[in-house]
Ligand binder design. Sequence first.
Ligand code: SAH
Length: 203
Amino acid sequence: MVREQIDSRGISDEEVLRAMRKVPRHLFVDEALQNQAYADHPLPIGHGQTISQPYVVAMMTAILKVKPGMKVLEIGTGSGYQAAILAEIGADVYTVERIKPLYQMARQRFTQLKYFRIKTKLDDGTLGWPEQAPFERILVTAGGPDVPAPLLEQLSDPGILVIPVGEDRRYQQLLRLTREGGQVSRENMGSVAFVDLVGKFGW
Ligand code: SAH
């Protein structure tokens, strides 16, 4: 998977490649789909949600520029796979999910795989996690109409926020917001297709 889908497409961040080699992706999908776990596409995880394509996880992680020991907020735990990749890089991960069965299943996986540095919360992630703010990195793995204001408020300086944003619900632009010296700059990293970010500051 890493050689054919990620390395070959130009992702060279060694820490990201190492994490993608290490995390057992088949344990983050239903048993019936385990034979497809390492294939080059997203997979359903129930409740109308998906685990992203491996390449998209690697690309999002690379553009987030995560370093060991950083405090990272993820919105949209889903299967827990992206959070596990961030934890494998050595980040302190805070991840929020709004669908209870997904939240519960992800928690079980984190315990089973001994990812004790991942903290989970069942809530509307468009509100962020104010009690734990600020965060050096924020990653949103669902697509909303705009950048939720609370997330930008909870981003430290310096800090990076990566989020798919689009007014058309079928696809989004992947934005990277970088805060430095009190200023926030925006970069468009390309088109992506994520499930809806649902909530007070989402759809
Ligand atoms: N990062 C996940 C991808 C899951 S898909 C993984 O690695 O598997 C996106 C997830 O975002 C879904 O589980 C969906 O329920 C969740 N989501 C959507 N809106 C949300 C919100 N406002 N707060 C928290 N989670 C949300």
